[in-house]
Design a protein around this ligand. Structure first.
Ligand code: OGA
Ligand code: NI
Length: 357
């Protein structure tokens, strides 16, 4: 029932597998998962705005000029006011999405011993992420994190051999998402009047990681977090989620808005790197996931980020006398070191490079 995980500081820590906890005693929520205080004080869920979350239809880009312009305006507004949108007609085949969800489901249904064959070490593998001490509160989820692209940086020790089609499916999905990610990053740069490759790291300078989340059913979803409030350290994140259950919530104007799944759509959010590169014109959005008391939920979050030697900072074309840099320019590796030594919490990672005014 426990997973022994090796931490970045080479200590080992033993953490329960939430899926096993939930299966053994479906009605209990152990103390370490109870976050009443945080839930009560900082989380007001409001579904008023759920239906206003922008939906970007990429097929309209190739139609006449006017409709392209409308899409670009909608995208610009989505990035500015929401930091978040869903994409439809995105070009990733539905079969690829369905198969990906299936292999993730199949993986989490395997016996624990089988899953532990790719048990987490430091940042990669099966386990719980962002655990740094024996005391901290824990999220109601298990996950599998893999570096997925480019191919030559993969560590296949962490890639499940079962289900037998996992590796091929992950590969195909990762490649498709990469194409979409570059397309979106170029469109986002365009909405800021920048050259289309401004936010795209050149070949050999980017890494794609996929975080596959498993949220077991929880008898008291009002007490816990599936994943607590955080922003992603990526350029952008593309998320594939279950069609049936609402779990993801995004922060807007101080409230938390549930994201209703749209079948076949992908969810996109601005990450910390685009916030920095756009000099704060577009903000990374805080989000969280909650479990539910009916059934389990899965999601697959794909992050694209620069390799550790890349210098990240506000784009020079967005700076002038009236727009001074709001962030320092830093090496991505230094950002990561800071990121992984801390708990995943709100937008605290950005404190690392924020210039205090
Ligand atoms: C993540 C994340 C949300 C979800 O993995 O970074 O925010 O709905 N996931 O699972
Ligand atoms: Ni996230």
């Amino acid at each position: 029932m426990y997973n022994s995980m090796k931490l970045p500081n080479s200590k080992t820590i033993s953490i329960p597998v939430v899926q096993e906890l939930a299966a053994r005693d479906p009605d209990s929520v152990p103390q370490r998962y109870r976050r009443e205080e945080e839930r009560l004080h900082s989380i007001t869920v409001s579904d008023n705005l759920s239906s206003s979350i922008p939906i970007i239809d990429l097929s309209l880009l190739s139609e006449h000029k006017e409709s392209r312009q409308q899409v670009m305006e909608k995208l610009s507004l989505a990035c500015q006011e929401w930091g978040f949108f869903q994409v439809v007609n995105h070009g990733v085949p539905v079969s690829v999405l369905d198969q990906m969800k299936q292999v993730v489901r199949d993986f989490f249904q395997l016996p624990l011993e089988e899953k532990l064959k790719c048990g987490i070490q430091e940042r990669e593998g099966y386990g719980q992420a962002f655990v740094i001490s024996d005391e901290q509160k824990l999220d109601w989820s298990d996950m599998l994190y893999l570096v997925t692209l480019p191919e030559d940086v993969r560590n296949m020790n962490f890639w499940p051999r079962r289900p037998t089609n996992f590796r091929e499916t992950m590969n195909d999905f990762g490649m498709e998402i990469q194409k979409l990610s570059n397309k979106l990053l170029s469109l986002i740069a365009e909405t800021l009047g920048l050259k289309i490759n401004s936010f795209i790291n050149p070949e050999g300078k980017w890494i794609q990681g996929a975080r596959m989340n498993y949220y077991p059913r929880c008898s008291r979803p009002d007490l816990v977090f599936g994943i607590g409030p955080h922003s992603d350290p990526s350029n952008i994140t593309i998320l594939l989620q279950d069609d049936e259950q609402v779990g993801l919530h995004i922060r807007k104007d101080g409230e938390w808005i549930p994201v209703e799944p749209i079948s076949g759509a992908l969810v996109v959010n601005i990450g910390d790197m685009v916030e920095v590169m756009s000099n704060g014109r577009y903000k990374s959005i805080e989000h969280l996931a909650l479990p539910n008391n009916k059934t389990d939920r899965i999601s697959i979050a794909v992050f694209e980020f620069p390799t550790k030697e890349v210098q990240v900072g506000p784009h020079p074309d967005l700076l002038d006398d009236t727009h001074p840099p709001l962030y320092t320019t830093f090496k991505r590796g230094d950002f990561d070191d800071n990121f992984f030594q801390n708990k995943l919490e709100h937008k605290s990672a950005l404190q690392f490079c924020k210039i205090q005014s």
